[in-house]
Design a protein around this ligand. Structure first.
Ligand code: C5P
Length: 236
């Protein structure tokens, strides 16, 4: 499959058209960004690691009945995905208080929540991705009520599949962000990536951070901890 026109360049990936209308090429970049792009770095090997980790996770989800845009990994830093129109809502699922939730509600980081929660953020860099509720989504007109319900349910379903997968390999799934798109028939499909860039993952024993907080908070080598996640998930 040949790479065609560049359709979109984001902070961590480039999307290209292929000769097949409904299939896109995704190229994972080595760029790391945090705080809405304020902190930036190029990290050798990051693109390869996220391409591999996302592949392993989407394959595991598929085995458990959760479909996504993922088609196949075709090279070290590239994969093919189904074309979708991204819904501009970031769906964040949280099991343990950390990051912006800990800050917003005054929880100590690491406090288990008495239930899993789902939050929605408006995917808009200029606005700094503000947290939104169902009413905001309604007035913005970015998703229907039925779609919002689907996003909520799929967020919890992905959590219920991923939590035990990580638990088995000694990793706590603290929180994560999902993105969804609509395919040409209007069906909602899990999209983007699921990697240590988009999840908080802590070692169950030591509570060592094995995710992008290592970069955000200058805690050491990002690729070293992403390697640990890939190895624990059984990837190479
Ligand atoms: O920063 P916050 O605590 O809201 O992040 C919650 C989760 O969503 C974290 O796992 C973080 O990595 C992820 N996230 C993301 N992309 C964003 C915002 C948050 O992947 N733009």
């Amino acid at each position: 499959m040949d790479k065609g026109q560049l359709l979109y360049e984001g902070k961590a990936k480039r999307l290209y058209q292929t000769e097949q209308e409904d299939i896109l090429f995704v190229e994972y970049k080595n760029s790391a960004t945090a705080f809405n792009g304020e902190k930036k770095a190029e990290i050798d090997g990051k693109g390869i690691l996220n391409n591999r980790i996302t592949t392993v996770i989407f394959e595991k989800l598929k085995k458990q009945g959760i479909d996504s845009h993922f088609v196949e990994r075709i090279s070290e830093n590239e994969q093919l995905v189904r074309k979708v129109e991204i819904i501009p809502i970031e769906v964040v699922v949280r099991n343990i208080a950390a990051g912006s939730l800990a800050k917003r509600l005054g929880y100590e980081e690491g406090t288990p929540l008495n239930r899993t929660i789902v939050e929605f953020y408006y995917k808009d860099d200029d606005l700094g991705d503000p947290i939104i509720n169902n009413d905001h989504i309604d007035i913005l007109g970015i998703a229907t009520k039925e779609e919002v319900e689907t996003l909520y349910k799929l967020g919890l379903k992905v959590n219920s599949v991923l939590q035990p997968i990580f638990e088995e390999v000694g990793v706590i799934l603290v929180d994560f962000k999902l993105e969804f798109g609509r395919d040409k028939d209007g069906n909602v499909l899990l999209a983007d990536e699921i990697s240590p860039d988009t999840c908080r993952l802590w070692d169950a024993e030591t509570k060592q951070k094995l995710d992008k907080d290592v970069f955000r908070r200058d805690l050491g080598s990002l690729t070293d901890v992403y390697e640990i996640i890939l190895a624990r998930l059984g990837g190479k």
